[in-house]
Write a protein that binds this ligand. Structure first.
Ligand code: ASP
Ligand code: MG
Length: 425
């Protein structure tokens, strides 16, 4: 008998019908002879609605109280799910993150899991229960305050529990049939990937693919927990994410040259104009940004004009951090020494990901050709061993993604990319 961890996202448990449907699916897994631990997200758009509500009573809600509020969303779904399972004649018990032993640091709204001590979950399983755990939450080690793991954090809860309980697999149930070669909401001909390595999945996640969060994949890789991403709305096999290909019947599964095309419109670009071209300048700009605890993505320094000895440095960062970054740079303007700042939030990023890039020299050229054929202008470029990314105008992103997807032969013959639910909020 194996142990499986299943995670159901908000769109899978959006209403009472959804909860009952998911309960049946969970009971099936139990009947197949498994110990089953279920991690559940808040129903539908509950988390967004709670955030809206908080902002109505306070423009900047305190982190501790916001966490207290948001964790209520997962409590609702976990209790309802346990009730629905019991109604089907099976034993189930629900647990908050804290009760399940999810111990975090004390950074409210984006805490990191530092330990998992699932003693109560083990006991519940040993007593024949299906254990339902509220995702996205934990308790801080030092202050014993309730914390949340950042938006979409239930996936991380699931993988962390799978690791702590030595599960065979962590199944992530969502509103699409798996990981696709591009966002099915943008590319109708996106193809479902049967297997993808942790490395390629990490690159896709950090390039804007939303199906799995970077943190969750990182955790799974560290503990070598295979993830099976699949839909709770269909019975289809989904996408396996693991270190080695997983055999799927007689289907040959192998490493693709290109895994997929990701896009991201959540970033903005800041250009620091008129920076003296001398050692230490970039260091002081990025020290200022780092001290404000802002993560940046791409960086480009322009060639300086010989006559002025001044240069421009551009970088991208999450839009949500834009204000903070501008304020921090302005405050240090004298120390750093620059003329002005330009802020541009009408950008988008397109990334091509695949381990095969390392050994296929034509990939970069084909990528740029596809973009130029589509009439897309490139503003910034960055590469890793297995990824090429460009920044373009935001309005060009969808067209660019489709063009690149077609150029690399990723289009499927059928329209297999179905989006079953969710508001995409
Ligand atoms: N309910 C939380 C959110 O919407 C966590 C999750 O869904 O994973 O971000
Ligand atoms: Mg959610």
């Amino acid at each position: 008998m194996g142990l499986v961890v299943q995670k159901y996202g908000g769109s899978s448990v959006a209403d009472a019908e959804g909860i009952k449907r998911v309960a049946k699916r969970i009971v099936e897994a139990k009947k197949n002879g498994n110990d089953v631990v279920v991690v559940v997200s808040a129903m539908g758009d509950t988390t967004d609605e709670l955030i809206d509500l908080a902002e109505q009573v306070s423009p900047m809600p305190a982190g501790r109280e916001l966490d207290m509020l948001l964790t209520a969303g997962e409590r609702i779904s976990m209790a309802l799910l346990a009730m629905a399972i019991k109604n089907l004649g099976h034993k189930a018990q629900s647990f908050t993150g804290s009760q399940a032993g999810v111990i975090t640091d004390s950074v409210h709204n984006k805490a990191r899991i530092i330990d998992v001590t699932p003693g109560r979950i083990r006991t519940a399983l040993d007593e024949g229960n299906i254990a339902i755990v509220a995702g996205f939450q934990g308790v801080s080690q030092d202050k014993k305050d309730i914390t949340t793991l950042g938006r979409g954090g239930s996936d991380t809860t699931a993988v962390a529990l799978a690791a702590a309980l030595d599960a065979e697999v962590c199944e992530i149930y969502t509103d699409v049939d798996g990981v696709f070669t591009a966002d099915p909401r943008v590319v109708k001909k996106a193809r479902k990937i049967d297997w993808i390595s942790f490395e390629d999945m990490l690159e896709l996640a950090s390039s804007g693919s939303k199906v799995l969060l970077h943190r969750c994949v990182e955790y799974a890789r560290r503990y070598n927990i295979p993830i099976h991403v699949r839909s709770s709305f269909s019975g289809l096999q989904g996408t396996w994410v693991s270190s080695e290909p997983i055999e799927q019947g007689d289907k040959q599964v192998e490493q693709a040259i290109i895994s997929g095309v990701a896009h991201d419109t959540s970033e903005a670009k800041i250009t620091v104009v008129g920076v003296p071209d001398k050692p230490g300048e970039a260091a002081s700009i990025f020290r200022t940004i780092a001290d404000a605890e802002i993560n940046i993505d791409m960086v480009v320094q322009n060639v300086s004009a010989a006559s002025t000895g001044l240069t421009d440095i551009s970088f991208t960062l999450p839009k949500s951090e834009g204000r903070k970054a501008i304020d921090a740079l302005e405050k240090n303007r004298a120390g750093i020494g620059f003329d002005s700042l330009r802020y541009d939030d009408q950008i988008g990023k397109i990334s091509l990901v695949g381990a095969g890039m390392k050994t296929n020299p034509g990939v970069t050229a084909d990528f740029f050709t596809a973009l130029s054929d589509a009439g897309v202008n490139i503003e910034l470029i960055s590469t890793s061993e297995i990824r090429i990314s460009v920044v373009t105008r935001k309005d060009d992103v969808a067209e660019a993604v489709r063009a690149v997807h077609t150029a690399f032969g990723l289009d499927s013959d059928s329209d297999e990319a179905v989006v079953y639910g969710g508001t995409g909020r």
